[in-house]
Design a protein around this ligand. Structure first.
Ligand SMILES: [Zn+2]
Length: 115
C-alpha cells in the first residue's frame, strides 16, 4: 500500500509494549469459470456476513475460548510458579509434577504411591 509503511500492523490497540502482528490465514477459493474470478469459500463469506468488520475479532475470540477449554480439560495446575507460556500447567497424563512434587489430586497420589 502506497504511503503505508506499517501495512498489516494496526494502529489501534497498540502501545509501547503491544502491537497487532500480521498472521496469514489461508481460505479455500474456487474458480468461477464464467467470470474467471476466484471466489472465497462460502463458509468464509457467511462468517464475514455474520460478523462484518469484526470477523477478525471473532476469530481471536474463538481462539481464546478454545485455548481456555484446552487448558481446562487437558491440564492441571501444580504449585510451580506460573511463569512462561506453559506456566504451571501439567498435562493430565502426568499425575505428578516432578519439579515441585505436587499431585494432580488425591486419587492420583493414592494410585501412584511409590512413584
Ligand atoms: Zn510443579
Amino acid at each position: 500500500m502506497v504511503g503505508n509503511h506499517n501495512s498489516g500492523r494496526k494502529k489501534t490497540q497498540n502501545s509501547e509494549n503491544t502491537r497487532m502482528g500480521k498472521k496469514t490465514l489461508y481460505i479455500k477459493q474456487e474458480l468461477n469459470h464464467n467470470t474467471g474470478k476466484w471466489i472465497d469459500d462460502p463458509v468464509f463469506q457467511w462468517f464475514k456476513r455474520h460478523h462484518g468488520a469484526q470477523w477478525q475479532t471473532q476469530v481471536r475470540e474463538y481462539m481464546r475460548e478454545d485455548v481456555e477449554h484446552y487448558k481446562r480439560t487437558s491440564f492441571w495446575q501444580c504449585k510451580c510458579p506460573n511463569v512462561g507460556l506453559l506456566g504451571n500447567y501439567v498435562p493430565n497424563r502426568m499425575p505428578k509434577c516432578h519439579i515441585c512434587g505436587s499431585w494432580k489430586n488425591k486419587i492420583s497420589k493414592l494410585r501412584n504411591m511409590g512413584i
